[in-house]
Design a protein around this ligand. Structure first.
Ligand SMILES: Cc1ncc(COP(=O)(O)O)c(C=O)c1O
Length: 389
């Protein structure tokens, strides 16, 4: 495979950008692959500087649930472009975005738009501390909530009911919040067990700690209402990102009115953003969410496509809806320790050989594959054939 132009760009990039990339996983480290530098994307495909075409199972790490360059999103963006790109003032687009999310996700009574998932979780944690007047946060090993440092944290084992009980027995009264990916996607895809999330809901309520669902990845992905609708659990706060931006930079956090009303200018928790609620991002996100809401069959079809891929690959796979992971391990993966047992070298080799065959996979065992509505059965079958061939 010819990656000459990408190689040259990567060398140049490393002079000016740490590691040559603006987000570490894009460097394809440890895979022996030069990251293809992408020039365009359409439907299920991405194209690189050297003219290589790939079937994309990264999908910008989740946002592109409808596939790349969706005509309706493009059209809406073109219209908005005529009207300007940022005002730093309130818009009707933001109101509609907030209304729509609160309609689809009932636990969210009020919502604040930010610019990334990192910002969403950081702000939600600050809010939780202010609301509860407590300092401690519980998070889970193998979960990712963005690159900010979460201080005063206890790290618990995912899917471990006894572990969480013991943490609350010891310091429950000091715990402001438990933050969790209800379906983890950052140690590979690892769904929480229903009984585990039920216990977490029960115990946080008992101790007056907030439950924060980080649905940056799962929101509008695993079902229209996200993981909380699949598991039928109402967290106090939820963080969003990815899909709600329709491919543009975005994040949001929302939840119970009484808690959200602590945010400035209503309350003492100061949180602001020059580009928050950006009209282009709102336009792309609203268009995507409206398409998803008005066509519930999309989720059924995503399930069928993803199931076809899972059955065709026939490996050690965890999957919830259209997010899945192929684990290079003989054992089930249900927490971070079991995820770490995977053979990451073998995964890297697999990723490399697939890329050479035109299948673009996440270059890390611990990232999810995303299936989009633009993937055809032929795309899926081509992946399966290449994998077995
Ligand atoms: C569950 C989860 N939370 C938070 C983030 C951070 O979002 P962002 O990369 O937009 O800052 C991510 C990013 O992948 C994520 O998967």
């Amino acid at each position: 495979m010819n990656l000459e132009k990408s190689k040259k760009l990567f060398t140049k990039a490393q002079k000016y950008i740490p590691g040559g990339v603006n987000s570490p996983v894009r460097a394809f480290r440890g895979t022996g692959i030069t990251p293809p530098f992408i020039t365009r994307a359409n439907g299920s495909r991405v194209y690189d500087e050297d003219g290589n075409e790939y079937i994309d199972f990264v999908n910008s790490w989740g946002p592109m649930i409808l596939g790349h360059n969706h005509p309706k999103i493009r059209e809406a963006l073109n219209k908005q472009l005529e009207l300007g790109t940022s005002y730093g003032a309130p818009t009707g687009l933001e109101v509609e975005m907030a209304r729509l999310i609160t309609e689809i996700v009932p636990s969210v009574e009020m919502i604040r738009m930010v610019n990334s998932g990192t910002e969403a979780t950081m702000s939600a944690l600050r809010l939780a501390r202010a609301y509860t007047k407590r300092g401690k946060i519980v998070k889970f090993a193998g979960n990712y909530h963005g690159h900010h440092v979460i201080e005063n944290t206890t790290v618990a084992n995912y899917n471990d009911i006894e572990g969480i009980k013991s943490i609350f027995r010891e310091s429950g009264e000091q715990i402001a919040a438990v933050i969790i990916e209800p379906v983890a996607g950052n140690m590979g895809v690892v769904p929480a067990k229903q009984a585990f999330l039920d216990k977490l809901r029960e115990i946080t309520q008992k101790y007056g700690s907030l439950l924060i669902f980080d649905e940056v990845m799962t929101g509008f992905r695993v079902s229209l209402g996200g993981a909380q609708s699949l598991y039928n659990i109402k967290p106090e706060l939820t963080c969003f990102g990815k899909i709600i931006g329709g491919g543009l930079p975005v994040g949001a956090y929302g939840g119970k009115r009484e808690i959200m009303e602590m945010i400035a200018p209503l309350g003492p928790v100061y949180q602001a953003g020059t580009l928050s609620g950006n009209p282009l991002a709102m336009t792309a996100g609203l268009t995507a969410l409206n398409i998803l809401k008005q066509n519930p069959g999309i989720y059924y079809q995503l399930e069928q496509k993803a199931k076809r891929l899972q059955e065709g690959l026939g490996a050690n796979i965890n999957r919830i809806g259209s997010m899945m992971s192929v684990f290079f391990s003989d054992e089930p993966v249900f927490d971070y320790d079991s995820a770490k047992k995977c053979n990451t070298k073998m995964y890297a080799g697999y990723c490399k050989s697939m890329l050479e065959k035109g299948i673009y996979l996440p270059p890390s065992q611990f990232e999810a594959f995303f299936i989009s509505y633009a993937h055809t059965d032929e795309d899926i079958d081509l992946f399966i054939r290449n994998c077995h061939g």
